[in-house]
Unconditional design. Structure first.
Length: 386
């Protein structure tokens, strides 16, 4: 792509008119924005432009979760085959050119704590970094209260180097009280956990960009912390603030996030949360358009609607072996509305896209057993948005 005096010509031939004050380029490796010069060349698939307002040249991005047991998604697979299963799914995600793969940061299963496995998120981040080459790696999302943010920043920077600069930093305040109690982490009131999360984000940014970090907050104190190596990504690892809390979480996102994650209930909820985020950005003096808004979806992608319904029932039946019926029904129900044929899924996702969603992250509950739905989604759904 070359920017010229008449505008920015896209690689597919269309032209974005200029009435511009400034043009910026965003590179996925170096996500901070910088002015670009007339005549400068850059690749279309690694950039978008700002021309008075945000014009998205970069197509919608897609991620998929790797099964790790948390949602009872490794049931009946022998433990000695778990890693092979997870790596196989990860490599399938990469081969089908999803932009990213994701894991959850939890210790006890949902929708009810059981003796089924749950693999630890940051262990998986390091391991998956070593067995993949191009796909980006994220957590949706890391619980801030489970690790000191200075330590987490060190771990994340190391994995960013191991992965060749492919890490995403998903962060949230934490919500699973049973895990906190079980592992001995105080389950503090929401305002405290959210305050800790904001300080945690500030500490991580400092650890990734400063040689020595001195920090004095309400919840954390650092006295000359050194974190080497620094992340490969500049100015630092992209930060995803997860959650839709309107007073505090979205304010933290407005201040610090390159990505958000909220609004999975409906496009209307997503639009409302987006409006609140925009208002926080205006108050904080930050750029709402610079924040990519993502949504998580629970999907079975199938050739027919009947097949999707069968998949949902199979999931419910599997869960009933471990959890009370009410909770099994609730968990399976998360997949009911969004599952179906590629055509149905495209129509659903277009509703979120119309409200400004720029990134969809999908949980395919059957991925450990059958990747055909993950592959069908990549083959027929993703191209509709590119």
């Amino acid at each position: 792509m070359v920017v010229n005096e008449l505008g920015a010509e896209r690689s597919h031939g269309s032209t974005v008119p200029t009435l511009v004050e400034q043009i910026f380029v965003e590179d996925r490796r170096r996500w901070d924005r910088r002015p670009i010069l007339y005549g400068e060349s850059f690749t279309y698939d690694a950039a978008f432009l700002r021309i008075g307002r945000w014009v998205t040249l970069d197509p919608m991005r897609f991620g998929a979760f790797v099964p790790q047991g948390w949602r009872h998604d490794l049931v009946d697979i022998p433990v000695e085959e778990h890693w092979e299963t997870m790596t196989s799914v990860a490599k399938t995600i990469e081969a089908w050119e999803y932009d990213s793969l994701w894991v959850y940061d939890h210790f006890h299963t949902v929708p009810h704590p059981t003796q089924e496995v749950t693999y630890e998120a940051w262990t998986l981040m390091a391991a998956l970094a070593a067995v993949t080459e191009t796909v980006r790696l994220g957590q949706m999302c890391t619980c801030n209260t489970y690790r000191p943010p200075s330590y987490l920043a060190k771990v994340a920077a190391s994995i960013d180097v191991i992965s060749g600069g492919r890490l995403e930093m998903g962060i949230g305040a934490g919500w699973y009280e049973h895990e906190h109690d079980g592992y001995g982490y105080p389950f503090l009131k929401p305002s405290v956990r959210l305050g800790m999360m904001e300080e945690g984000v500030e500490i991580m940014r400092a650890m990734w960009t400063e040689d020595k970090v001195h920090y004095e907050g309400d919840y954390y104190t650092l006295k000359g912390a050194i974190s080497q190596p620094k992340p490969l990504q500049k100015p630092h690892i992209p930060i995803w603030v997860a959650g839709g809390g309107e007073q505090l979480t979205l304010r933290t996102a407005a201040r610090h996030a390159q990505y958000t994650n909220f609004g999975s209930e409906s496009p209307e909820e997503f639009a409302h949360k987006s409006k609140i985020l925009r208002e926080h950005c205006e108050r904080e003096g930050t750029d709402f358009g610079a924040i990519t808004r993502s949504v998580n979806f629970n999907i079975f992608c199938t050739g027919t609607q009947d097949e999707a319904e069968e998949k949902v029932e199979e999931l419910r039946t599997r869960l009933l072996r471990f959890v009370p019926e009410e909770r099994a029904n609730l968990q399976a129900g998360f997949y009911q509305d969004r599952s179906g044929t590629p055509e149905k899924i495209i129509t659903d996702l277009k509703s979120w896209e119309a409200e400004g969603m720029g990134y969809a992250i999908v949980n395919f509950a059957d991925a450990a057993y059958d990747t055909s739905g993950l592959e069908l989604f990549a083959r027929e759904v993703i191209p509709a948005f590119r």
